[in-house]
Unconditional design. Sequence first.
Lengths: 267, 597
Amino acid sequence: MAKLLAVFIILITIASAIPIIMHTWPTPPDISKHGYMIDEQMSETMLEAGICFIASQIILAIFIWIYSGRKATDPLKTFPGGAKAMVWAAFLIVGTEVLALGAFGAKAWGAVYFTPPAPDAVQIQVQAGQFAFYFRYPGPDGKFGPIHPEMINEATENFFGLDQTNDQASKDDIVTAEMGIPVDREVHLLMRSKDVGHSFYVPGLRIQQDFVPGLDLSVHFTATKIGRYEIVCTQLCGLGHYNMKAYLTVMSQPDYDDWLKKEAALQ
Amino acid sequence: MHDAAHEAHSHAAVHGEPTSFIRKYIFSLDHKVIGKQYYGMALIAAYIGMGLSWLMRLHLGWTNMAIPGLETLSKTGAPGGVITPEYYLQLMTMHATLMVFFVLTTAPFAAFGNYFLPIQVGAEDMPFPHFNMMSFWVTFSGFLVLMSSFFVSDGPTLGGWTMYAPLSALGAVTGPGQGWGVVLWAIAIGLFCVGQLFGSLNFITTTLDMRTKGMSMWRLPYTTWAWFITSIMGLTAFAVLMPACILLILDHVAGTSFFVPSNLVINGQIQPHAGGSTLLWQHLFWFFGHPEVYIAIIPGMGIVSHVLTANLRKPLLSHRVLVYSMGALAVLSYMVYGHHMFVSGMNPISSLVFSFPTLIITIPSTIVVLIWMGSLYGSRLRINSASLFALGFISMFITGGISGFFLAQPSIDILVHATYFVVGHFHLVMAVAAMFGIFAGTYFWFPKMFGRMMNESLGKAHFIISFVGAYCIFMPFHYLGLAGNVRRYQAMVDDYLQPLIPLHRFITIAALVTGAGQLIFLYNLVYSRFWGKPAPENPWEATTLEWSTPSSPPPFNNFGGTFPVVYHDPEQYGMQGKAGDYIMQASPEPSPGPDEA
């Protein structure tokens, strides 16, 4: 039985590693300027974690194989160095590894969260609500009009609660159900929730950020590949959570300008 | 000996032998009966939780599948047997709540701890037997309240076991189960917290104050240390969750707004709340929630160390280093909770601050694993169902622990947060590992608890199915997560998730088979309880005091009215020149020292 377990451990270890090595179920390809740092961090961690995983499982299997079924007369042995060796090994190997990962990871994190958005970044507001995202562009005046929660009305498609009759800044605001952005230009995404917690997740964009009711949050990023991608919600928000999504279209600058004009005409 | 007995007596809260049926089996003051009651409740909760996971997995594999008979259980939740989106979330929430609280916390800590902690320290009972009885009945009331939410009009809450506000705090307007379902959930968990506080007080006092003569702290077995450390954590962690639950209930029934900010609009209506903070719930919840992970796993670590020592036939590399490491895990567990909130909108500097202790907690975890692995080296490993599950625990804990490397880093968390990667991680490191600890404990202590042996062949079959099955279920979760598969989705409707559906089906089949394997355990448990072979006095040739009681199960006062005197630490295995190769803790014969090269 012990030998069977040892064999199973080794088989499971190999079988577990294969899909990772073969990229059988790959991570959606990176389409962002900062994503390479996260991907490098991921590869580095995968390598180190993979070695730890494979090595420790194989050693466990070998020890189970060798030391099971030994007779009462077989001599007991102590691992060379005893507990002290184990403590040193944990501090030196794992300690160094985690600190290095932590330090490099902090750099990648900082690239997303500690750099301010460029002053000429495209400003887009996204509002999450059960169970849809809506996007708002400030229009030619570059200003978002104020939100009046009491005026939010899905029937009249006033998703953001804008008073376009009285608020000057709201008059040219463009509200869309899809998110269009220009390629290779930084986007500053201003996030608000209408009702409960939601999240903005585009795996390829390497961006995930919760919407927190009552808090104005923002993220900024630059998409580098033209295409159509899915924005999904990752924060449980109710029965329609699984179906809460929108599309992100990354376009060339001229296409983006045209798209925005068309959307403005539809308002 | 007489003095020792007298001294211990003066501390013990001795109660007489129960005579009535009610005092013996229902409102019992005997820690052993209370331990069995906890175990029984955990067993029921575990099988209900597993049944719910089967339903969830069937739905995830084949979303439109009509599950025969399900409509009778819930007409609105599964019309025609097809699970609705909200019913899926309700099943998920109940699965997690039952498993985390009423199984993983209850069985290894409250059940085994109640039964064996007083015996392992050489006491007659816990110092506050009435509190102990109340701790079970309050917890059991919590269980009944939670289960009752299946029977209220729109069913249990769908908010997930984390019950994030404001989804959980706004009431029925946010969806089915969000009214009474949430209130019942919060009452149930609040009661659970009260039960754990009573239990923790008893555990701490028993360990500190009820040890028999010669039982110094460093002579305590690993399990006692683990329960002691866990009870200190329980006292602080549950003391935070309980007020959080009370505030949540008040938001529902008293019109308060602890967790709800102003100007939230649902169905075109501004909600009548203002001034609350949604992140406050997350901070309170995770201040409990992360230590809770260790509350579930540290008793398992104790059980694994205890079972391994007896089956390696030699001491572990270091008793003290292992105990210190468990203590370090407990302390650090309070400093890492923010890693659940990296992308929550919390200050991004806080994310880095929480990231480093999260990475550092790997060090004591690694030390524990290396002590186990290093102790395997040169041992005379005995293979039985208990030791197999202990070895399985090590494998699972390594695998689940290693995926923690990824999640500890905020930058990687951006990609895999709230995906199946997280679900795979915590199921392996916390759920499966803790379950393996429970199984190891059950196979090991069953002879003591019931005086009969469990069937070893069935135990081994149960182990192999569980071990291979758990990997087949939870390893692919990591692949799903890396591919961006978001958790808590009742169906995979997004384009990029379509290629992952076959993998979901594979997982479903693995879950059904592994679940069926658990029925072998149930059969073995019930059959052996009544018809198992009578257990010898010390079937595993172990040293600790539970094997020094005059009978199995022990009499109501554990040691037949006398108190054992302890002469040794619990690791007297592999003794030189001894036929039995071990010396009991309560044996006065001198120790020749281990026969180690």
